[in-house]
Design a protein around this ligand. Sequence first.
Ligand code: PMP
Length: 358
Amino acid sequence: MTRLTRADLEALPSYVPGRSPADLARELGLPEAIKLASNEVPYGPLPGVVEAVAEAAAGVHRYPDMGVVALREALAERYAVAPERIATGCGSVALCEHLARATCLPGDEILYSWRSFEAYPIIAATTGATSVRVPNDAGHNHDLPAMAAAVTDRTRMILVCNPNNPTGTSIRRADLDRFLDAVPDDVLVVLDEAYREFVTDPGVPDGLQVYGDRPNVAVLRTLSKAWGLAGLRVGFLVAQPEVAAAVRKVVTPFSTSAVAQAAALAALRQQEEVQRRCALVIAERDRLGEAVRKLGIDVPDSQANFVWLPLGDRSAAFGAACEARGVIVRPFPGDGVRVTVGTPAENDAFLAAAEAAL
Ligand code: PMP
């Protein structure tokens, strides 16, 4: 058959959405299965979001505001940055891709730590850039000195995931300061802070507050996690106005939908409730990490809403054993298993499954 698509895509891993809990429940004959695989917060939409979605639905025969003016202004106020420094997108994963498009020509390099967010290699490959991966250090964290040493003339963008998905590890301020000082001015450093709201360690810098004014830094945030809007796909970035404008230029037109914009505005009014929910997640994260350590697994300290079980060759079997007990987690075969923090009852169900599986 004549080939219509790029041959190199065959070798590219797919973004794994994880199993559907409904399918697993049906298969196991259970009333329901538990999904702890996509780092969502388990407490439902924030108050006011469903109403905002319903209201916005009345206008969906029209295109949304392409300038995303009201939402960018609300974000600008919330995070104390100028609106022209903000771009929004269909999840922060889309913005990461737009940044790659805005910075890289074919053959240019995107540098990142590995293992990290599984979308990074896909974004690099599909935008024609070359992935340069630097292995995580023994503590499952970014090896920043090795990353600085891996910068070449072709490096255009560096992705720093803090806290890191899927290991939950985080980078401390002095280390990040040193790294940013070492990176050439013409390389964009993207601080992917999808899990920032779950950080409790004061030694982990808030990229917006600490590095927001550095000319070659862009900070990525999402409303999918702490803000509970994963299903509506809203992410944003804060960068220098030229970078934000370049991203707005390459963005797929109208990709932050009218419903998503309305929901995000409603969510941003729920600051206190977000903090309350994050506190619940954080307490459960710490309980979960401790409980798994008691099972003999060396779980690194997590500053996110998930924990990492470095099970190596046992990862796939552990994931399958949890699924057989109705709990969907995210195994990375040969490496480890990531478990999202759920409700206390969900976490107890996972711990029971884990104990049986180990
Ligand atoms: N960055 C990281 C590190 C993530 O883990 C995720 C979601 N899994 C994203 C970005 C993307 O989130 P979204 O596209 O939902 O905003």
